[in-house]
Ligand binder design. Sequence first.
Ligand SMILES: *Cc1c(COP(=O)(O)O)cnc(C)c1O
Length: 418
Amino acid sequence: MSHFNIRCRECGKVLTEVYCAFCEHCRNALLVTEYKERNFRSDGGDGIWGFNWLPVHTPSFKQPGPVVYKSKGLSAYLGLENLYIAFNGYWPEKGAGLETCTFKEFEAAVVLQNAIENDVQGLIVASAGNTARAFAHLSVVSGFPVVIVVPTMCLTEMWYLESSSMVPTFAVGDGDYSDSIDVARRIALTLGYPFEGGVKNIAKRDGLGIVLLEAVSVMGRLPDHYFQAVGSGTGAIGVWEMAERFLLDARFGSALPVLHLAQNLPFAPMMKAWQAGSRDLFSGDLRPELIAEITTRVLSTRYPAYSVKGGVYDALTATDGKMYGVTNQEVFKAMDIFEKEEGIDIVPASGVAVAALRNAVNNRVLRSVDSVLLNITGGGEKRHGREKKTYDVDPRLISKRISEKEIEVLLCDTLKKN
Ligand SMILES: *Cc1c(COP(=O)(O)O)cnc(C)c1O
């Protein structure tokens, strides 16, 4: 017997023990994990595996969790009395041990363990950088095969924790992140591996929701407000879903945290649609040329989980949420402020969240006594780079127009080599 079921947000049907990496039960609706234990527990073991609300049974590798602490520096700077920071990254003095430096490590860990338990043979992952590094690392740690597809335009910012010869990696030379997703999907079909599934994968959302599990363990309650930079929206949806479980538990508060989600202008398709009151993304805001102008490539997907039932639009509606657009300049300023006030460097995407929080404070959206959870989705990368060895990514170049035949040949070569 499994400790969870999976329920469809559209029709309410309960599916028992299905592997849901890319399952489309009702088209255009997300499936959600329902854990049979209504009460939250965090006493089940080391790191993230101690939490009972994860879709895994017998973890086969170790995975450290986030570090959540009450801020002193930034909270004084902003005039907030109850600001908690979820730090996802590398910061040894604080006990933060994510060597790939972002919360994507939780997603990768839970997705891989869930796939292993469902007898999946291997996974194809498309990524703009951080996901690739997390999956590459955990593929090496767990011994589970992963093939990675990235856009060439992101390579300059990319690094691996292990030699890239250990994980087959392809770079799409003539396209952006969204083209890489298309190519990855076709490689998955050809190879007969499942595509890792993006937002549809329940393990991915529950993995990213670990941030809220740790936060509630530390704070003893749900926060009033939650701040995060969003690209696909998967992480924010995962946090909303975890918050709904806490409401059912009923010991940690009776209101969902208000979601405050931020994007990097001028590529901010969800923010623009939300502020216009629309469930649909406008094609004009998805123009690829806008992506070239932002500092945060990891937030640049043109396929965010916004309109889908159970997606970002519904999460914002359910929590009376807000969306923020922040400029590159505001991002750099926010990164500087955070490093000065808290004592650790953060990645630009985290700067987007900090900038949104500053904006909310300046516009008196928050009361100074409100409890606020700020998700620093990635940090300590500079620090890690100074202390530890990392590797450049050395991919095989491919075109987005690659034929099925060419994919077959290429994969035969690569898999033989590995
Ligand atoms: C992926 C990523 C995000 C955005 O997360 P989504 O789930 O795609 O919305 C934010 N910050 C960092 C550091 C990331 O790697």
